[in-house]
Design a protein around this ligand. Structure first.
Ligand code: HEM
Length: 503
């Protein structure tokens, strides 16, 4: 009898153990969840723009590793170099995925577009293809003349209007035009901005499209976190995305059609579109028009506003710090001289210019929260368990301005970059991200920014339009635009006039 009772007792224990595992799973060692989280909306009430600034305030109060809830999504917010390092080294593959957003459904981000494609064979294929045809050093070298030509047309344009002392330059548009032309030359072998007014109109539309896409995408739409709002079309986001999708498709499809009609046969000068259309002939089921649109779309979008914005911030900083501008000019005069125009191969011999670019990217990184990542399985960060399917936001803006890591973090001090080679300092400076999903356009962007800024400094004297300092307020938008576009005045340096007039 006693034995029977004992067996009953054992069976009861086993059943309790199994049921408790089922209904009361072991509490995981999750990261702290920061401020109060409400049912359904979670932390969405904290969603104020610019998001990176608001999230930085929360991290400084609650800690560098937080597990927030944006509506129905779990979000790991990381704001320290050591936690970022763990995400991009030990857990790099785990976090190599991208979360799906509503904008992806309409703009093809979820599959066709490299930047937001899920990690896997298709992403590897797109990345390999674009590395080979756009980002490899051979291809970058091949298009060096294109970049030089674009910078020379900018110098010409500035010279033509600089004579008029009352004329101010809209630097934002000029930088955008330059980067778009560069990208279009690499992608389709044609410029978009030029003397032809019809083409100019088309390109203006494209600039608006880029701005709209950056405004509509990413982590700032609350519809992405509260499915209910999608159904009631809360902000009219879906309507906006459908309109954007139509606009984008029309632009891209026209581009592809035009190109189909006039393909380049020369082996060396093949543009990316030539290559993609040849691949389509061999494998039409994989290289569909949709895939081609996706590839071109991401390169044009990711490669224009980011690079142009960085140049605009850099020029704004220089105009507010004339002593830095003078020193940069002195460096160029000493190393390049005034008897020829600066070229791309000079850039690596101009350490102070390099410091100015790095310091600009520290203060105004074009991807202040990087691009969101997502964990494909459970992992550990900072000793905490991070569940599968968690969206990762690395607050680069907060790390690059952390007073514990940088002295006088909000000040523009290019000299602090003197000991840094390249554009990375561990995980405390990484404007292009890190790991396998880091920016593939880094080399291209640094060439364009270096050559353009260096040439503007070498050839012109620059000043602000009036006594007032340039307004450095950040606008809202994914790539951290300036709230007020930069306007400036310039006049050619006498010693450079003869070279400028020969362009
Ligand atoms: C100053 C200029 C630029 C900055 C600061 C910048 C920064 C970044 C950052 C922070 C990321 C996200 C990294 C991550 O998620 O961890 C990124 C991704 C990306 N960037 Fe850039 N970028 C710049 C220029 C460019 C250019 C010129 C191109 C191409 C023409 C480009 C193409 C891309 C692509 C395709 C991705 C997505 C990569 C992937 O998901 O595999 N970027 N960039």
């Amino acid at each position: 009898m006693e034995m029977v009772a004992f067996y009953y007792f054992l069976a009861f224990l086993l059943a309790f153990f199994l049921l408790s595992k089922q209904f009361f799973p072991k509490r995981k060692n999750l990261p702290p969840s920061g401020p109060l989280s409400f049912p359904i909306i979670g932390h969405l009430y904290l969603f104020k723009k610019p998001l990176h600034q608001n999230l930085a305030r929360i991290s400084s109060q609650y800690g560098p590793i937080l597990l927030l809830k944006f509506g129905s999504r779990r979000v790991l917010l990381v704001s320290s170099p050591s936690a970022a390092e763990e995400c991009f080294t030990t857990n790099d593959i785990v976090f190599a995925n991208r979360p799906r957003f509503l904008s992806g459904k309409y703009l093809g981000f979820d599959y066709t577009v490299l930047a937001l494609a899920p990690y896997g064979q298709h992403w590897r294929n797109l990345r390999r293809l674009t590395t080979l045809e756009i980002f490899s050093s051979t291809r970058l070298q091949m298009f060096s003349k294109t970049r030089t030509n674009e910078v020379h047309s900018l110098l010409q344009r500035l010279l033509a209007i600089a004579g008029n002392s009352s004329e101010t330059q809209d630097m934002k548009s000029m930088f955008f035009e330059l980067t778009l032309n560069n990208m279009m030359m690499m992608i389709a072998g044609k410029r978009y901005y030029g003397d032809n007014v019809g083409v100019l109109d088309k390109a203006k539309h494209f600039q608006e499209l880029v701005e709209e896409i950056f405004g509509a995408g990413g982590v700032s739409n609350i519809e992405d976190f509260l499915p209910l709002l999608k159904w009631v079309n809360f902000n009219g986001l879906e309507k906006k995305l459908v309109r954007l999708q139509k606009k984008r498709d029309q632009f891209m499809k026209e581009l592809i059609e035009e190109h189909r009609m006039a393909r380049t046969q020369s082996k060396d000068e093949k543009s990316l579109l030539d290559v993609l259309l040849s691949l389509q002939e061999d494998d039409p089921n994989y290289y569909t028009d949709e895939i081609i649109v996706g590839i071109i779309h991401v390169l044009l979008i990711a490669g224009t506003d980011t690079t142009a914005g960085t140049m605009e911030w850099a020029m704004s900083l220089l105009l507010n710090h004339p002593e830095v501008l003078k020193e940069a000019q002195a460096e160029i005069d000493a190393i390049v001289g005034q008897d020829r125009l600066l070229n791309e191969s000079d850039i690596s011999h101009l350490p102070y210019l390099h410091c100015i670019i790095n310091e600009t990217l520290r203060l105004y990184p074009a991807g202040p929260l990087l691009v969101p990542h997502e964990s494909s399985e459970e992992c550990i960060v900072g000793g905490y368990s991070i569940p599968r399917g968690t969206m990762l936001l690395v607050n680069l803006w907060a790390i690059q301005k952390d007073p514990n890591l940088w002295e006088e973090p909000t000040k523009f001090i290019p000299e602090r970059m003197e000991s840094i080679e390249g554009v990375r300092d561990g995980y405390k400076l990484m404007p292009f991200g890190s790991g396998r999903r880091s920016c593939p356009g880094e080399g291209l962007a640094l060439r364009v920014v270096g050559l353009t800024l260096g040439s503007l400094i070498q050839c012109f004297e620059w000043e602000r339009v009036d006594e007032e300092l340039i307004d450095m307020t950040e606008g809202t938008g994914l790539t951290m635009p300036k709230a007020k576009p930069l306007e400036a005045k310039c006049k050619p340096r006498p010693a450079m006039l003869s070279f400028l007039s020969q362009l």
